[in-house]
Every structure is written in C-alpha cells, then in structure tokens.
Design a protein around this ligand. Structure first.
Ligand code: G3H
Ligand code: 13P
Ligand code: ZN
Length: 369
C-alpha cells in the first residue's frame, strides 16, 4: 500500500467505526444509514402495511399482494393500482431478489412510486414486501435496503423456533417502522425453497399465543390454499358441468381464528385462481400445462370480506405473461424484438391485476383520503 493511501484509510477507519458501532447512534440517523449503505422505505415514498390493513379489515376487502421479478410486471402492477385507485403490495421472493438484484429492486420500488405519481396518482400507497423470508439476515438485509414490510416464514419450524425467529425479526423491523408478516400452519406445495408435501392447517388454539409473543403485524394462515398452478389433483375435485371444482377452503378454521384474534390482519398465500383461458392459450400455442387447478375466485371473494386483508397472487401473473408471449410468438414467428411480445404480456397482466382488484378483492377506490 502506498503511504498516502495508508494515511487516508487510517484516518477514515475510526470515524466510520465509531458511527457504525456507537451504541447511542439511532439506526435511522442520517450518517449511520449513509455509512452502512442503508435506506429507509419512507425516503423512497413507500408505506408499510399497518394503516391499509386496518382499513381493509374494517371495510371487508383485501389488499392485493402481487409478486414481481421484472420491469414489465412492476409497470403492470403500478398501472393497475393507479387506474383502480387501489393500495398495492409489490412483493419479492428470495428467488426474485436473486434474479433482479437487490440494489436494482430498491430503485425499482422508488421508480414505482414516481411512476404512479406520473400516472396521476398524487398519494400512491405502495408497499415493498419480502415474500417468504427464511432467515433473520435476509429480512434485515431487505429492511436495510428499503423494504417497508417483510415476511418471516418459520412455518416449517417447530412452534417455539418459529416464535423465536419471528420475534427477533419483529424487534429489528419495528425500530424502523417496518411491518412484519409471520406464518403459522403449513401450505401444501412448495413454499419458496421450503417444501411441504401436505398442508397442515393453522391451529386456532395457537394464534393468540403466537401473535402476542412475536408481536407480528399480520398472520399468514393455512386453510387449504397452496402455491403454484397445480393446487389440487383432479381426484380431489368434483366434476360440476364439465368443470373440476376443488374442495372449499376451511372457512370454519378462518372463523375460529377471527374469533380468537378479532380484527387482526390475516394473510392468504397461494391464492391464484389459475384461469382456464390462460391455461388453454398456453397449451394451444405449444405449452404443456396439464391438470392446472387454482382457487375459485368466489372463495377468494368470500375470504376478502373477512379478516383476510392480504391475498397473494403470483402464478396468475406468470400464466398471463406466458400465455400472451406464446400467442404473440406463434402468430408472429418473425418477431424477435422483446418489446413486440413483452408489450402484450404486460397488457395481459395489467388486465388480470385490474380484474383481481375490482372483481375479487374489492380494493378499488380504497386509497387513503
Ligand atoms: O410463494 C412463492 C412465490 O410464488 C414466489 O415464488 O420463489 O419462484 O419467486 P418464487
Ligand atoms: P400463487 O402461487 O397461488 O400465486 O401464490 C403466490 C404466493 O403465495 C406468494 O407468496
Ligand atoms: Zn406464498
């Protein structure tokens, strides 16, 4: 090391060290954030889930939580939310974060707020949420990078470990006014990288203890939904007028949970409906999606009227995007500019998001006054 460089490093090191480690420095102190490359979601124009959930529970509707990985998904979500005047949760899984890059996501979220304003929404309510966070470190990293809400998913852990992990995340998150979703009960299918072959419904007798001891702001429960486009086998369904109808969600368990935790925000994962027209388009234009079955929208409409105030939808967006791309490329085999097929894909996703907001969840027109 050259002499000059050495002097510079030696003189800077103790200052940054003191700022990073001095116990009296508040975590939202400007210099603390700067030196640790941190950003608070409020500086990005985002909001947490607290107020929107309170209004959704009281008003009998649910806030859409749409997963995104790409710019086109983000644009479609923002356009749909602005056009319907709906609050919206844009959520990112660990896999999506690895795909898109954590730094880029922070700017995409900031861009989403600015874009909503540009589209004419003066006060957008956009949440950037970590979906299925599996460690304290991942949740902390997201909070430090501008997320306004995180999920810590310890649902596969033994009960006491789930409580301890969720509590640790809540203690960190609440210092920055970031809200935390935790989960009790296991969904069937694949929960991010956590595989659960069978679902274990949430035990209503555990929810008071869990919510009280963890201090979580919302609770994801298992009442029969599951992730992906294959939520039920045809054998589990009943054939009604040529259509396979899956078994209903466990509304009795939901009612018991509501009785134990009146007014507490409840979250439903795995809530895509897997629209048959999208599946048919995919299959018509070269895809091979067999026995894809989702949650009937009627069931989600009913859930939205209860304490369920956040409904997670990812697979329906994937289907809408893939169907439009397949159809476009099949009908325009000479096209090779991504804008030519991503534009109809974005339009199709937007149409689906608007449909969910207006006809299923009922969050249209529900921005804060
Ligand atoms: O619940 C899982 C979400 O659909 C995210 O899926 O991990 O493939 O991004 P992903
Ligand atoms: P779907 O696979 O049903 O869209 O569920 C998404 C989800 O729960 C994301 O956390
Ligand atoms: Zn999920």
């Amino acid at each position: 090391m050259r002499g000059e460089e050495q002097t510079f490093r030696l003189s800077v090191f103790p200052v940054s060290y003191i700022f990073r480690n001095f116990a009296g420095v508040k975590k939202d102190n400007f210099y603390f954030k700067l030196l640790n490359n941190m950003v608070n979601y409020k500086d990005l124009g985002l909001v947490n889930t607290r107020e929107m959930f309170k209004r959704a529970v009281a008003g009998g509707y649910a806030i859409p939580a749409f997963n995104f990985n790409t710019m086109e998904q983000m644009q479609a979500i923002v356009q749909a939310a602005v056009e319907t005047k709906s609050p919206v949760i844009m959520q990112v899984s660990k896999g999506a974060r690895n795909y898109a890059n954590a730094t880029i996501l922070r700017y995409m979220a900031e861009g989403a707020v600015a874009y909503a304003k540009e589209l004419g929404c003066e006060h957008p309510e956009i949440v950037l949420h970590l979906d299925h966070g599996d460690t304290f470190e991942l949740c902390k990293d997201c909070i430090d990078m501008g997320f306004s809400s995180v999920m810590i998913d310890g649902s596969h852990l033994p009960y006491e470990e789930n409580v301890a992990l969720a509590k640790k995340v809540v203690e960190y998150a609440h210092q920055f006014d970031v809200t935390v979703e935790a989960e009790l009960g296991v969904l069937a299918g694949v929960e991010d990288e956590v595989s659960a072959a069978e679902s274990h419904y949430t035990k209503p007798e555990e929810v008071i203890d869990f919510a009280t001891r963890t201090g979580c702001d919302s609770l994801a429960i298992s009442i029969g939904t599951s992730h992906g486009a294959h939520k039920f086998t045809p054998e589990q369904c009943t054939l009604v007028n040529g259509v396979l109808v899956p078994p209903p969600l466990a509304f009795d368990i939901l009612a018991e949970i509501e009785k134990k935790l009146p007014g507490f925000p409840i979250v439903l994962h795995g809530s895509s409906s897997v629209p048959m027209d999208e599946v048919n388009t995919i299959n018509k234009f070269g895809g091979k999606l067999e026995a894809a079955i989702g949650i009937p929208e009627e069931q989600l409409r009913k859930a939205s009227k209860s304490a369920v105030c956040k409904i997670n939808i990812d697979s329906d967006s994937r289907l809408a995007m893939t169907a439009a791309i397949r159809q476009h490329l099949a009908e325009h085999p000479g096209d090779f500019d991504p804008r030519q097929y991503l534009k109809p894909a974005r339009e199709n996703m937007k149409k689906m998001y608007i449909h969910k907001i207006v006809n299923v969840l009922g969050s249209d027109g529900k921005l804060a006054e």
